[in-house]
Design a protein around this ligand. Structure first.
Ligand SMILES: *Cc1c(COP(=O)(O)O)cnc(C)c1O
Length: 355
């Protein structure tokens, strides 16, 4: 750090992404990526013509991509905003809607919410989860100008009923209700049906978790036209070409290959069921995850020990050194083979721990 850095940034604690180690090849179950490759259509489109076109700026309105997303969801292109990962959507949303009346989010959720709030110096209301990790969203009532939560939540995997979201939106007409649906393709019900009846609801999605494009960086928001205008106002003040040409093509191909998308999602859901069963049989408490990860705590072996031992065995999972959840592991659902490897490694560790 230099002496020139703004004081506020001096004390800011940046987001810590899951490890992306380069030292050896791990079974990577720590950052909720898809274990499957992108749709073959993506490869087909990212050809020589796409490379040649890189000399030109991308379309600052991402028209073709936004149209494809709008068609997929049955909404109008004016209700879609795309960005360089849903992290960027969230960043613009916090900037656009959190400055005047602050932002509220759960104590245990996606770590970036706190970081964006701190980065922009926003007033934060942190709402605690219940003891069973469920989120009582009524506790968000009249808390802030921007209310943000992930549904399903991370790292718990738990889901809030959409009727409760509608009630919150109706009773807080002066607040934006932003529902981060990074994992909704794996279970639960989308709040998308609310964007026409509630002009204060914003739904955020990503291509990183269920669409095999984490490295392409693509996310989007869906909301009423006025709210999308707000996000564009911010975007055109930061980086008008935020979605690059290759990513826009990849995203459009992905959204047009629904069969591939559904088959990958269904494989993950099937493997999740098997993983949850195996973990329960091995003495784990698990939450009822609707996401592409499970959240598990063993009845005798501490999570940190499991995390470190699994790493020695070449399996990476996520352990958060955070109050209330430091005895839990978040494990991404990989392929059946990867999960068999994981379960085998856990069995060995449990045996070692006994003796
Ligand atoms: C992974 C994740 C994101 C970020 O997704 P990107 O599109 O890769 O930036 C946002 N929200 C939640 C809850 C996530 O888990």
């Amino acid at each position: 750090m230099s002496n020139f850095l703004a004081k506020r940034l001096n004390v800011l604690k940046p987001y810590t992404p899951g490890e992306q180690p380069q030292d050896k090849s791990y079974i990577k179950l720590n950052t909720n990526e898809s274990p499957y490759p992108p749709s073959p259509l993506v490869k087909q489109l990212l050809n020589g013509d796409a490379i040649d076109a890189l000399r030109l700026y991308s379309d600052p309105h991402s028209r073709s991509l936004n149209k494809a997303i709008a068609e997929y969801h049955g909404i109008s292109p004016e209700q879609v905003f795309t960005a360089n990962g849903s992290d960027e959507v969230l960043s613009f949303a916090f900037y656009a809607w959190g400055q005047d009346n602050g932002v509220a989010y759960p104590d245990i959720s996606y770590g970036f919410y706190r970081v964006f709030a701190d980065l922009y110096g926003l007033c934060s209301v942190v709402v605690p989860l219940e003891n069973d990790f469920s989120l009582d969203i009524a506790k968000f009532d009249k808390t802030a100008g921007l209310i943000v939560f992930a549904n399903p939540n991370a790292p718990t995997g738990l889901f809030v009923d959409i009727n409760k979201i509608e009630a919150l939106a109706k009773s807080n007409p002066d607040s934006i209700i932003l529902v981060d649906e990074a994992y909704v393709d794996f279970g639960g019900v989308s709040a998308l049906s609310l964007i026409d009846s509630c002009n204060n609801v914003v739904v955020v999605r990503t291509f990183s978790k269920s669409r095999q494009l984490a490295g392409a960086r693509l996310g989007y928001a869906m909301a009423s036209e006025n709210l999308i205008d707000d996000l564009n106002r911010v975007k055109f003040s930061f980086n008008p070409y935020n979605v690059n040409r290759l990513t826009a093509l990849a995203g459009e191909a992905s959204i047009k290959d629904d069969e591939w998308h559904k088959s990958c999602v269904n494989k993950v859901i099937a493997t999740r069921g098997k993983l949850l069963e195996s973990l329960k049989n091995l003495g784990f408490y698990v939450t009822d995850s609707k996401a592409n990860f499970v959240f598990a705590s063993h009845n005798s072996v501490p999570a940190e020990v499991l995390y470190l031992k699994l790493k020695e065995y070449g399996v990476l999972v996520r352990h958060f050194k955070q109050d209330k959840i430091d005895n839990f592991l978040r494990i991404t659902v990989g392929t059946d083979d990867e999960i068999n490897n994981l379960v085998g490694a856990i069995c060995r560790i449990l045996k070692e721990y006994d003796t």
